[in-house]
Design a protein around this ligand. Structure first.
Ligand code: NAD
Length: 489
């Protein structure tokens, strides 16, 4: 039988997790974690200060050398057991994600399945860390290349995918033999806490993963990043914070993985299958209530189909039902807080002033939560403010184009380069687009690219490095090269 919300919340640890123990935080007071659909507090959790952060780092550092010697198969087995436990408890994880983050329960189940795949994937990757051995070109030497764990890593995650953003980092770190300090976002830390309890149950040794929750992120993270015991930082969040962390990382020349913001273009050509394009648009725009780094941010549509595409999208958007995520009828939840909702108002008002037209939405939804109606903005002028910002909410601006060249120019006209989407039935055009769109990922005739087996990541100011795929584990490994003379000489 499903747990009640109260029983589920009672299972969530509320302390910091350091050296295999749940301990008090020494920051001021506690952190109240809110349900964005009601504005009410779900749970109060520990607040770490800088000393707690350094205690977590010390624990990770002391564990690093023993953890690196644990057999790859054993590291993989721990991940595999955790995968099985999360799968068994997927309804609990989905409910908790929905409660603290607001997404509809069906989507939260999707996140659990997706996030959990990183554990299965990296359980398999743990035993595939390879090297090579061969002759030097002159034949006088032998060259050996191996990989070893980077060392202690610091993971900082955002609020929008509370499970998946954690497993994408913790999975490869465990597989590679790294220990870690994890700092989840203060807005949605509960899922990570429950997840780490699950790792503990699956047999993860004390000190491998340490978790700090804090409402003083900069002050608590700074000393960790400045400490020579740390070797890597892996961050998912905004480009603005990513830049600051890169600056700080430069002092110790840390390995860095940065999954930052996006401003995804969604191109629809005159030869596109419009049904597929509208379905793809709903997925790419409305997944996570538009609060995803991969969210379609700019719909760039050929003028001959722009009106029809806009009307069909508006029809689907206006049919969505706003509500609390855990209500099974809900198909769109609230945005994360009042500040985010105010930003939606600002963006829509500015776009209208700059010549665009609201064809559906454009206002708050009813209720105490931070609801904003799914919105379509038609005929948005190139150069409009909204096209240059990460919207992070349920607003779809449509810009018109005439030629493929114009479309590509509009798509690439941003400092971001995470993902692009393109809908066309012309194979040659599709291939041209793959080569000309400046993004780390492209969805060709699909609105969803995320997959644990794929290298997720961006170019330009969307980040550095890749998560998932065969590339994902390399972010946690150093290459070691050895030269030795030809043994027969
Ligand atoms: P954010 O940058 O505000 O915060 C991310 C994390 O950084 C949080 O844990 C926060 O507490 C912490 N943080 C903030 N300032 C810090 C500082 N000075 N020092 C240390 N830590 C600090 O981002 P957010 O609002 O939580 O998430 C939304 C952003 O994340 C969007 O820009 C989105 O595109 C991006 N994102 C990117 C990906 C990706 O894979 N590329 C995935 C999800 C989200």
């Amino acid at each position: 039988m499903a747990l009640s919300e109260r029983d589920l919340l009672a299972k969530v640890p509320t302390g910091l997790y350091i050296g295999g123990k749940w301990v008090q935080g020494h920051g001021e007071g506690t952190i109240a974690v809110e349900d964005p659909a009601t504005g009410k507090t779900l749970l109060e959790i520990a607040n770490a200060n800088a000393d707690d952060g350094l205690a977590a780092l010390a624990s990770a550092y002391e564990t690093q050398s023993t953890w690196a010697k644990v057999a790859p198969r054993e590291r993989g087995e721990i991940l595999r057991r955790t995968f099985e436990l999360v799968r068994e408890r997927s309804e609990e994880f989905a409910t908790l994600i929905s409660l603290e983050m607001g997404k509809p329960i069906a989507e939260a189940r999707g996140e659990v399945a997706y996030g959990n795949e990183f554990l299965r994937w990296f359980a398999e990757e743990a035993v595939r860390i390879t090297g090579r051995y061969g002759s030097s070109p002159e034949g006088t030497g032998r060259m050996l290349v191996t990989h070893r764990p980077v060392g202690v890593a610091f993971a900082i995650t955002p609020w929008n995918f509370p499970l998946a953003m954690a497993t994408r980092k913790i999975g490869p770190a465990i597989a590679a033999g790294c220990t870690m300090v994890v700092k989840p976002a203060e807005l949605t830390p509960l899922t990570t806490l429950l997840f780490v309890k699950t790792l503990e149950e699956a047999g993860l040794p004390a000190g491998v993963i340490n978790v700090i929750t804090t409402n003083t992120s900069a002050a608590t993270s700074g000393p960790i990043i400045a400490d020579p015991r740390l070797r890597k930082i892996t961050f998912t969040g905004s480009t603005q914070v990513g830049r600051k962390l890169l600056e700080q990382s430069a002092q110790q020349v840390l390995r860095t993985s940065m999954e930052l913001g996006g401003n995804a273009p969604f191109l629809v050509f005159e030869d596109a299958d419009l049904d597929a394009a509208v379905t793809g648009a709903m997925l790419a725009k409305m997944r996570n209530i538009g609060q995803a780094c991969t969210a379609a941010n700019r719909f760039i549509v050929h003028s001959s189909v722009a009106e029809e595409f806009g009307n069909r999208l508006a029809e689907k958007m206006s049919a969505l039902k706003l509500g609390r995520g855990v209500d099974p009828e809900t198909t769109v939840g609230p945005v994360i807080n009042e500040k985010a909702r105010e930003n939606m108002h600002r963006l829509v008002e500015t776009t209208v002033r700059e010549g665009g037209a609201v064809i559906t939405g454009g206002e708050s939804g009813a209720g105490d939560g931070y609801f904003y109606k799914p919105t379509v903005l038609q005929n948005v002028k190139p150069g409009s403010t909204i096209l240059g910002e990460e919207i992070f909410g349920p607003i779809a601006p449509i810009v018109h184009f005439e030629t493929e060249e114009q479309a590509v120019h509009l798509a690439n006209d941003t400092e971001y380069g995470l993902v692009s989407y393109a809908f066309t039935q012309d194979l040659k055009r599709g291939l041209r687009l793959i080569e000309s769109l400046d993004t780390g990922m492209t969805g060709l005739n699909t609105g969803l690219v995320s997959n644990a087996a794929a290298p997720f990541g961006g170019v330009k100011q969307s980040g550095l490095g890749r998560e998932g795929g065969t590339e994902g584990i390399l972010e946690y490994l150093e290459t070691k090269y050895v030269m030795t003379p030809d043994p027969s000489l």
